[in-house]
Design a protein around this ligand. Structure first.
Ligand SMILES: [Zn+2]
Length: 627
């Protein structure tokens, strides 16, 4: 039903595919052998046997990476490129304009070329902000080790992949294994789409945890790798929560669009942290002690629910601008406030429904999100939609002036927008309908193997109207494309709660301060401070900003005493009723200066507080669907 319009979109794309496609010549699969034995040195070695005909051939390295939504294919790490045919070396040439394209002339009399390449994985490899491997773990994103014919659809190019692991390492992946002997694993023939969509993790310390009861299908597995065996000790309540997460998604969406599902979870502080979604797996990295330390457990409690939700919202249902035929076609991120924002909303909701978070932890996280967005000074010039369209510029930027530039705000603001949508559906339908009904209609359908059903803004609005008639188009356009000085609090308030500030620490922010080693004074002075005293961001319009402070300056002393977070907090406590400004001694580019900050509101941390007399709709939202 909802796919009618989307299939129209696919047909629109078809002529482009047909003109560009050279893959029809590839009756045979590309053989790909990846030697991962050098993973601890962060270099992977790949050999490809690519069927080819005599003449000019253009091979491309994947550029626009799904889940990254931007041209993040790690081209700088592509090294040691060598091509040959029939034992003769072939001269290749990089395209003068498009650095992801390589031209080579295939000689007469051969039916394939052999390509060797290395992938250096110590920089930000796809999806990650750091190395892909350590002494004990590795993460293989296949897009880092493949070339394919230019213009081919990734659905049409087939690969026959295999890996050789470091001796004794165990692995997890959603790819079907055809044969494993010793440290070499051969996989079934797959399309390039499924190959890139099926990363592999491996490690010295490995544990497989079954999340589905024996006999139940499809199966759900958690593949854990870690820096040490003791990191793998999942507590019974953790296991029960992840099992419930699986059950809750079944009840929420009513269908599953995968043959089996793997939670590929790496527990390490040595490799780049990330979570990347795929149809049949998610590839996530969390703190090494996530399963052992309750505070880390809380911080990462929303990670796997978020990535799991993407199998439905992002992979199965995908904004048409992100449903591209191959990895060289640019992606359009306009609807990322649905792709990521709705996933953020549903993921956090499911974290509570499955027992990974308490309702109180959820509310503390939500209060932090709402407060942060309400203090985004960049709201006065930049819409949420513009942050989505700008994903390629905004991702991986530092915190300096982030409040003024805005960051990837379509995630957290999308969460607030979808909470508002849920609360409106509940009110308009007198509690007969909710976002759950939307999910079943939009993301449900028939269970089965992965497929993509693209959608447009109009498809979204139509389904919302089927669930509860309302002027959704106007509301969403206003929220997403409009400029507004304040964050959308409609969902929290219709939910029976309001955002307040008081002296009590926000438990979620406090845990993150400890992990990331910074101090958050956003809602009092208007800045965050790194461990060495550097101001990370200074909120435009805040007391600190008004006094002349800016990011990059280093706090030396507060009212004459050496700066530390407790010293500043103690000074803030004395401000209510005091006429004295706070004196901050600051070092900026080798020069020292004292700034006087007039401030009287004490310590301020965000929390949610019940609105008396209003029903607790938010509490209803968080109730599990299964028992
Ligand atoms: Zn996401």
């Amino acid at each position: 039903m909802h796919s009618l319009r989307s299939s129209g979109l696919r047909i629109l794309f078809l002529p482009i595919f047909l003109v560009l496609s050279q893959s029809s010549v590839l009756a045979q699969a590309i053989r790909l052998a990846v030697d991962l034995t050098d993973a601890p040195r962060n270099v992977y070695h790949a050999r490809l046997h690519i069927p080819a005909k005599a003449g000019e051939l253009a091979l491309v390295f994947p550029k626009w990476i799904p889940g990254n939504h931007r041209p993040s294919g790690p081209i700088a790490g592509l090294t040691g490129l060598h091509m040959e045919a029939g034992g003769q070396a072939l001269a290749w040439e990089r395209d003068a304009v498009e650095s992801y394209t390589f031209h080579v002339k295939v000689p007469a009399g051969v039916d394939a070329i052999d390509v060797a390449l290395d992938a250096i994985t110590s920089d930000a490899s796809a999806g990650a902000g750091g190395p892909a491997a350590s002494s004990n773990v590795l993460d293989l994103n296949w897009n880092a080790v493949v070339l394919y014919p230019q213009g081919a659809r990734s659905d049409d190019v087939e690969f026959q992949p295999s890996v050789t692991l470091p001796s004794g390492w165990k692995f997890g992946t959603a790819l079907p294994v055809s044969r494993a002997s010793g440290d070499t694993v051969e996989f079934s023939r797959v399309s390039l789409t499924m190959l890139v969509d099926s990363p592999l993790i491996a490690g010295v310390h490995y544990k497989r945890i079954e999340l589905t009861k024996p006999g139940e299908t499809p199966i759900h597995v958690m593949d854990l790798v870690a820096e040490s065996d003791s990191d793998l000790a999942m507590k019974p309540e953790g296991l029960a929560a992840y099992q419930k997460l699986v059950a809750e998604t079944g009840a929420l969406f009513g269908a599953r669009h995968y043959r089996q599902y793997h939670f590929l979870l790496t527990l390490s502080d040595q490799v780049g942290g990330h979570g990347v979604e795929h149809h049949e797996s998610n590839d996530s990295v969390a703190s090494e002690r996530m399963l052992l330390d309750p505070s880390l457990g809380m911080i990462f409690g929303g990670l796997l629910p978020h990535e799991f939700v993407h199998s439905w919202n992002g992979k199965y249902r995908r904004p048409s601008g992100l449903a591209t035929p191959n990895y060289q076609e640019p992606m359009i991120g306009d609807l990322l406030w649905v792709y990521e924002g709705l996933t953020e909303y549903l993921g956090n909701m499911l974290a509570v429904r499955s027992g990974l978070w308490t309702p109180e932890q959820y509310r503390e996280a939500l209060a932090g999100t709402a407060a942060s967005l309400d203090h985004r000074s960049g709201r006065t010039w930049r819409s949420v939609e513009d942050t989505a369209r700008s994903v390629q510029m905004l991702r991986l930027l530092g915190p300096q002036w982030q409040n003024w530039r805005r960051g990837l705000d379509y995630y957290p603001e999308g969460e607030l927008i979808w909470l508002e949508v849920d609360a409106i559906i509940r009110q308009k339908s007198h509690d007969q309908r909710s976002i759950d009904d939307f999910c079943r209609r939009f993301h449900g359908g028939e269970s089965g193997a992965p497929k993509v059903v693209p959608y447009s803004f109009e498809d979204l609005v139509r389904t919302l109207n089927e669930v509860a008639p309302y002027d959704w188009a106007s509301l969403l356009r206003e929220r997403v494309a409009g400029i507004s000085t304040h964050a959308p609090m409609g969902g929290i308030e219709r939910g029976g709660w309001k955002l307040v500030y008081d002296e009590k620490p926000n438990q979620f922010t406090q845990a993150i301060e400890k992990l990331v080693k910074f101090a958050d004074f956003s809602y009092s002075m208007g800045f965050t401070v790194s461990q060495d005293g550097k101001l990370q961001d200074v909120i435009v319009g805040s007391p600190a900003h008004g006094a002349g402070l800016g990011p990059g300056m280093r706090l030396v002393a507060v009212n004459g005493r050496k700066y530390s977070p407790p010293v500043l907090r103690a000074a803030l406590k004395t401000t209510p009723g005091s006429a004295q400004p706070i004196e901050l001694l600051v070092e900026n580019a080798q020069f020292f200066k004292t700034y006087s900050v007039p401030y009287r509101d004490g310590v301020r941390n965000p929390h949610l507080q019940r609105i008396p007399g209003q029903p607790d709709v938010l509490g209803d939202i968080l109730k599990p669907l299964t028992h």
